[in-house]
Each structure stands twice: as C-alpha cells, then as structure tokens.
Design a protein around this ligand. Sequence first.
Ligand code: ATP
Ligand code: MG
Length: 472
Amino acid sequence: MNLKHALKNPVFKIISSSADELGIECYVVGGYVRDFLLERNIGQDIDIVAIGSGIELAKQVAKNLPNQPKVSIFKTYGTAMIRYDDIELEFVGARKESYTENSRNPEVENGTLEDDQKRRDFTINALAIGLNTSNYGTLLDPFNGLKDLENKRIVTPLEPNITFSDDPLRMLRAIRFATQLEFEIDQKSLEAIKENFQRIDIITKERIVVELHKILESPKPSIGFLLLEKTGLLDIILPEITALKGIDEVEGQRHKDNFYHTLEVVDNISNHTNNVWLRWTALLHDIGKAPTKKFSKKVGWTFHGHELKGSKMVYHLFKRLKMPLNNKMKYVQKLVFMSSRPIALASENITDAAVRRLVFDAGDSIEDLMTLCEADITTKNPRKFKKYHNNFKIVREKMVEVEERDRIRNFQPPVTGEEIMNAFQLKPCREIGIIKEHIKEAILEGHIPNEHQAAYDLMLKKGIELGLTTAS
Ligand code: ATP
Ligand code: MG
C-alpha cells in the first residue's frame, strides 16, 4: 500500500533527501500515521525512526531546512527534536528494548524497524511509512495495525501481559485511546490490564494526569472512567470516585448511584464545554457525598455539607496527583462548593436578592456554575427534566436582568475606603470595614441601587449610627 498522500508536508521530502544523503533508512511512525489514516486532526508532532542514529539524521535535516532551525538533543534517550513552523519533529534511532521488574526504563540496544515497531504499545500505533526514495510512501504494517484501525480495536503487538507489565503506563494509554477514538480494547488485552493494574504504582503521577486529561477531553469521557473502574485502575488513581459507587437501602429508601450519576454529568457537560477544568468539576462535584452520607428515619438519605467537604477533598486530590495547586484548583474547589446553590435557588420563588447573591459569590464563574448545574440534571422523568431545565432558564433570565441593572458580577464597592476616611477624618480602622460591608449588603438585598450617591448617603447614615462625626 502506498501512502504518499500522507506525506504532503514539504518537510517529508527534506527528511527523505537528508536520509538518502547519509545512507540511513528512516520512517514516519506512530500517532502521525494512525491519525492520518483515521482522518483525524493530525497532531503537530511527527515521530521519525532512523535505522541508525536519530540524532545524526536530525542534524542533517536541520541543515537542509530553510533557516536551519535548532536541534535539541536528549543524549540520555538518544533522541533529537526540531521545531519547524508549528511542527515538532522527533527523531529516534530504532530500538530493541528489554525491561526489568521495577522500572519502566528498559535496557536499550540498536534494532531493526521491526524491533522498534514491536516495542510500541498498540498495533494501531506501530504503523510506519517509508521515507527513503526507494520506499517513499510504502506502508509497513507487520502487526496488522491497519486491520485493527478498520475494526476499531486496541490490540498490543506482543503478548499483552508483557506489553503492560513492561510499561504499565500503556494500560492507561489503552483506555485513553479507547475513549478518544471510541475503539474497543481487545478482550485479551483487557484481561491483561485487569491482571496488571496494580503495577500502575510505578508510574509517575504527572504521567497519569496527562492520560486522565486526555480521557476528560474526549467527546464521551465516561467510556474511559467505566474502563478504569472495570479494570481496578480507578480505585488506585481516583478512590474518591469509586467511593460513590453503589446504592444503599434502609427501610425501603434508596439513594441514586452517585458514581453512574457523576459519569452522566461528565458526559453531559462535555456536550457544552471544552474547558477541561469545568469537566474536572463535573467529575468531582459529588465526591463529598461518600463521606457525608447519612440515613435518618425522618428524612431518609442525606448528604449534608457534601459541597464543603467535597471542595476540601479537591485540594487533597490535586495534591496527591501532583497537580498544580493554583487558580485552576481554586476554580474547581469554588464550583464544587457552590454546586448546589443554583438548585436551591431554582426550586424556590426566585427573588432578585437571591440572584444578586449568587452572582456576587460566583463572580466570573457564574456561567460555568450554571452549565454545571444544568449538566447535573440526570433525571429520567421527562416531566421533571423539563421542569428543572425551565427553572434554570428562569434563573438565567433573571441573572441577565439583574446584572444589567446592578452590575454585581465584578462588584467594586461604590464608595471607597478612602472616601470613608475623608468623610469622617479617620485613619484606617474597623469602622471602615463595617461601613463597606453594610453598603454591600444593602445593595445585594436591593435596599439601595448600586450607585455612588445612594451608597454615599448610606455611608453618612451608618457612620453617624456608629458615633462618627463628619469632617464638615
Ligand atoms: P498522542 O500524540 O495523541 O498522545 P501518540 O500515539 O502520538 O498519541 P505519543 O506519546 O506522541 O502518542 O507517542 C508517539 C508514539 O510512540 C506512539 O504512537 C507509540 O508508537 C509510541 N509510544 C508512546 N508511548 C509509548 C509507550 N508508553 N509504550 C510504547 N510505545 C509508546
Ligand atoms: Mg503524538
């Protein structure tokens, strides 16, 4: 099979002639070939395997490229990288690998193309296209990767137990590709993951998180989380989520299975946002429910305080997975903490004051919070489904109306601390805070409009109440 049309980018001709000049055989392999055949958005990284020195080839390519870009060399790995336009060209010499029990860093020696294809994780990732003039465009597919692409299957080139035990990260990659591509993991491979899942312990947290992100960024993330659960991996990586599994029954009263509910919410939200942190929020929004679950005869099952508990758990979860404890984490925490607020609001008579408080507390996250709450509606009762969505629609309309009038979203106190100090000839003191808080409350409650004059008048009144005297 000839795949010359996969090599349209002029960079391939340059690699080809560079390899011919050095008398080195080389191939484009892996993700680029796979994604080309799947007509997927082809990634910006192109992996080139040389039978010989990848670093030498990279240097020659750089010499022949316009502007002679820099070659970054990673000696320990025997790889080299060139950034050209917006492409990343990755060069490596063909390798033959053997692994030891406790590490995913194998002993490496030079090998043939087939040795190199064998060490790749899945047959669909082991496809290679020849780049030398003699075989330009020829597909090399010793493990029938093309057939597996057509049949939408994830299969390891070698015995799966060896593949997964050698490098346990491949278990997560299998599940990630199954989710991204909506492929099925071959039965034997799936069994092998179930046997080897505990070996995930030797993989760094950072690499695990990369795969989790790719699962969450897929069109239907639940595919991945169900596979993670089924293989035992989820219990190791995200025990907070598996703790949501199961339905308890006391005196005939049952609660919903919060694990499956959570996955539905994640899929729902993925139809409305590509923001991976909002998708994380959907995944974590109910984690506080496992530790707060209680049964009482009077009211049945409750999860009191699960939002606060959940938001605290977010911190520990991020820390454990070595994810940065930055604004993204705070954003997830805040949304988990506020996740029930719009629901409480929508089920009552919706007052302007309640809407103002919600917008004030959520700030710029208000849109995302509403998206989360709408995704949280997983009832199978069509009447309730419609009713809940309609309630949120009313909340949204009211939000627009209130925001136009009161500009609460990025609330700035209409009277500054400085003005208060000038008015009463004060130095920094407690009273300033009290007055500011009083003005803010009056605006949120709707006692005064969010305007300078009204706020100034209220300041004078409150100051006198506090025993202060005006300057004039
Ligand atoms: P994506 O770029 O979407 O993550 P990819 O398949 O290109 O997918 P990369 O991490 O860029 O993944 O790796 C490039 C190629 O290297 C893969 O296609 C595969 O052939 C090989 N590879 C990557 N990681 C492993 C691994 N852990 N074990 C075996 N082969 C791997
Ligand atoms: Mg890639």
